[in-house]
Design a protein around this ligand. Structure first.
Ligand SMILES: [Zn+2]
Length: 423
């Protein structure tokens, strides 16, 4: 059992199966397994044709996959004349995966199958930044409870994917950047989960996982180059370039929240001034709403403020109800976000920008002013090629992406699939 991160393109992008000459039988079985996962249903004859292996070799290898309970025989396929072939299908329910999204103020757990389907989910508020021990304890309890849910089934556990709200260095995933989570003292300390649930851990930055989830199952399917931007307590981005999530030399690629848009602006937690986050982060929006309250006497946010301190959730809810103050705050945020996105389009020319995170739920109230700003500030050709849209996976995106990280690793190295009977 190891901490590990893998950086391969998703199995969906595997075109034709290539079988190295003289490959070991286990490597051949791995190739067949990936093909069966990708095609969902396929005959032995088609596998032989696609891999250029002999029919008897394919039959032998498939028998081993059926024995491992990763593949099963399905209904009868289309006949091209002679005997009707029996199709094989990948058993999406052969294992379960835990995806854990560690936000700044909450934990979300999903249990998925091997096709990204969410079997069950649980979420709980948590003071992640200031309480590492409490976070670890709550994470273990939420995972335990979710695995016990009836809807989660009883299949063995493939792994635990974890999304962290800070950069994760691909070479040292065990170390945390002390800048974002100083109370964590540079270590995540989730090794106990690995022991408690007897499953490997897979760690990455939350926005990278949001991008991964959209790439495999959401708005980024079939898009080779896109950027995912998570707008929540903080602002993060994940970049899919040429079909793969790019993490940069030390995992800080995509820290768009710390792109300076006003060098004389407010001091940011990172030590610089006027970062995007100081304009669009949750705390900035709450401050802005408070400063505008007097100008909007009929705003519903007065009532929320009387009950308790104004929250980003209250602003989002009011914006969805078209409260003029909340809409104004969101629209200003879109203007600032647009400046950063325009720069990104000019630099990277992605085919799509996918907006996720809490603020994405206000929908067109954010996207429309955002598109307008971007249009004013980019080369026409860059913006014409890029579609700005919202995430398809919504609030579960990062957790599903965390589970997908484990699935991606297992499809790249099928020895990670737990052996039969090891529940
Ligand atoms: Zn900053």
């Amino acid at each position: 059992m190891r901490d590990r991160l893998l950086y391969r393109a998703p199995a969906q992008s595997v075109g034709r199966a290539t079988v190295p000459s003289g490959a070991r039988p286990s490597a051949l079985a791995d190739t067949l397994l990936r093909l069966i996962w990708q095609e969902r249903e396929i005959s032995r004859a088609e596998l032989a044709r696609r891999t250029e292996l002999s029919r008897s070799t394919v039959s032998e290898l498939v028998a081993s996959l059926i024995e491992r309970e990763l593949v099963a025989e399905a209904g009868v396929g289309e006949s091209s004349g002679g005997r009707r072939p029996i199709n094989l299908h990948f058993r999406d329910d052969a294992c379960r995966i835990v995806g854990l999204d560690i936000g700044a103020t909450h934990l979300t757990v999903v249990i998925t199958d091997l096709r990204g389907r969410v079997l069950t989910t649980a979420s709980h508020p948590c003071d992640v930044r200031h309480d590492p021990d409490g976070t670890r304890t709550l994470a273990a309890a939420l995972i335990e409870r979710s695995l016990q849910e009836r809807s989660a089934g009883r299949a063995p556990l493939l792994g635990i994917g974890i999304g962290l709200p800070c950069p994760v260095d691909p070479r040292h995933p065990e170390r945390l950047s002390p800048l974002v989570l100083p109370a964590w003292e540079g270590r995540h300390g989730f090794d106990a989960l690995q022991r408690a649930f007897n499953a490997p851990l897979f760690l990455d930055n939350d926005a990278n996982l949001g991008a991964l989830a959209e790439q495999w199952w959401g708005a980024g399917r079939g898009v080779r180059d896109f950027t995912y931007i998570k707008v929540a307590t903080g602002i993060g981005s994940g970049h899919v370039i040429d079909g793969a999530v790019r993490r940069g030399a030390t995992g800080v690629a995509g820290e768009i929240g710390h792109v300076a848009i006003d060098p004389r602006g407010e001091l940011c937690g990172c030590g610089n001034r006027g970062c995007l986050q100081t304009f669009v982060g949750a705390a900035a929006l709450v401050r802005r709403a408070e400063s505008l309250l007097a100008d909007f006497p009929s705003s519903a946010l007065h009532a929320s403020k009387r009950k308790r301190a104004l929250t980003i959730a209250a602003i989002e809810a009011a914006a969805i109800d078209d409260d003029p103050l909340a809409v104004q705050v969101v629209s200003e945020a879109a203007g600032h976000l647009g400046i950063a996105i325009a720069g990104l389009l000019n630099l990277q020319n992605p085919a799509a920008v996918i907006i996720g995170g809490g603020l994405a739920r206000v929908g067109h109230r954010l996207l429309e002013p955002l598109r307008e700003t971007v249009l004013r500030r980019t080369f026409v050709s860059a913006v014409a090629a890029s579609e700005i849209k919202h995430s398809e996976l919504g609030p579960l995106g990062v957790a599903v992406g965390a589970a997908t990280l484990a699935l991606e690793a297992a499809l790249a190295d099928p020895s990670l699939f737990p052996s039969v009977g090891a529940a």
